[in-house]
Design a protein around this ligand. Structure first.
Ligand SMILES: C=C(O[C@H]1C=CC=C(C(=O)O)[C@@H]1O)C(=O)O
Length: 366
């Protein structure tokens, strides 16, 4: 752990790019330290490295390529972090009015136009002096071991951090997994899922399944379950497929942004957001993670032979998550990004409360 601290502190103090992250329930923290500060964009989805993509559907993700990075793993042992933070941001009544108006306007749009769902969002800003990104990461891991937690930094972009509950793509050869996540309530809220929540989640599942059909040989859709994400609960359906080819880029172009973060139909919802959300999402609701990174693959016992070496082979796998429950930090200011799915049955006051609840994920670690 000491080594992890030293590496990140050194990169942060020298303002050099890095990413440190923890995959759900993993026993280690993985890091990329690119050898220089050049800002590189992904050219092809068969490259390998750590990618960081903006919400903008046509933007090329930033990549820390495996080939020019020091890629390190640190076992997650014996670490202690301060307990829950006392950091609070005072609610601004003006911000609330503005968000309620945005939601009410989206509902009107849904009632009059052919849009079924729009995921609107807002940015909560405050002054903050971030001393030490490694402490932030360790707190994120401690509070949200089941999420993909990360701290990412590039001097030309700033620092981003988060605890994402939603994966966009897990691949292993031609095997592909994604999920439809939507609908939110607090842990302990003793009520059934409403029709509105079931509907907003079904929209995500149907759109993903339709989009994937063109790219897959087989497709399986799980039962709908309730999934815990920190102090929140979501509806979740898992979608498993065998891809026609291994071109992940085509599949991502098809899926991103899903109706969990944009809306349905995609283009109309996107245009609505461009015209009405009065801030830039940047990397919020984009996607990030490992692209084609090596993993040891345990072969089945039938293929074993006497030589130990033959048990294992290396396969390349991708693990990409949606950038939710996240924040950015630059110039001694933090920005927390939160949103929610709006349908014809949404209630603006409830949608506001939902974003307040979602903001607690990051506030807890600051
Ligand atoms: C857009 C966000 O969450 C999405 C994922 C899960 C549940 C959601 C919802 O209930 O609206 C959102 O679709 C966010 O956290 O900012």
């Amino acid at each position: 752990m000491q080594k992890l601290r030293e590496h990140i502190e050194e990169a942060w103090t020298s303002q050099l790019p890095f990413v440190a992250y923890h995959l759900p329930n993993a026993s280690d923290v993985r890091c990329f330290f690119p050898k220089d500060s050049e800002l590189r964009h992904l050219q092809r989805y068969d490259e390998s490295g750590f990618i960081f993509s903006a919400f903008e559907p046509l933007s090329q993700p930033i990549v820390f390529p495996e080939a020019i990075s020091e890629v390190l793993k640190f076992e997650l042992i014996d670490y202690e972090v301060e307990s829950q933070s006392k950091f609070r941001i005072k609610e601004d009544p003006g911000e609330k009015d503005e968000y309620i108006k945005l939601v009410a306007n989206a509902i009107d749009q849904i009632k009059t136009d052919e849009v079924r769902k729009i995921v609107v969002s807002r940015k909560i800003s405050a002054d903050y002096d971030l001393q030490n990104p490694v402490e932030l990461l360790l707190k994120l891991i401690q509070f949200y071991p089941e999420a993909f937690t990360y701290v990412w930094f590039h001097p030309e972009v700033g620092l981003w951090a988060g605890a994402s509950p939603e994966f966009l793509a897990k691949t292993h050869r031609t095997q592909f997994k994604t999920m439809a996540l939507a609908g939110t309530k607090r842990v302990g809220e003793d009520r059934d899922w409403t029709e509105k929540e079931l509907d907003e989640q079904q929209i995500v599942t149907d759109e993903i399944v339709n989009g994937l059909k063109k790219h897959t040989k087989t497709l399986e859709v799980s039962e709908r379950n309730t999934d815990k994400a920190g102090e929140l609960l979501h509806l979740r359906t898992d979608i498993t497929a065998t891809l026609e080819s291994s071109n992940l880029g085509d599949v991502l172009k098809q899926l991103h942004p899903t109706p969990a973060v944009c809306g349905l139909p995609k283009e109309k919802a996107y245009q609505y957001l461009k015209a009405n959300e009065n801030y830039e999402r940047q990397f919020y609701a984009g996607y990030f993670g490992e692209l084609n990174m090596p993993y040891h693959n345990q072969r089945s016992s039938r293929t074993r032979n006497q030589e130990n070496q033959a048990y294992k082979s290396i396969v390349r796998a991708s693990n990409l998550y949606v950038n939710l429950r996240c924040m950015s930090y630059a110039d001694e200011k933090i920005n927390i990004y939160v949103g929610g799915g709006i349908t014809k049955d949404s209630n603006p006051e409830d949608e506001w409360t939902e974003t307040v609840n979602k903001s607690r994920t990051m506030l807890k670690v600051l």
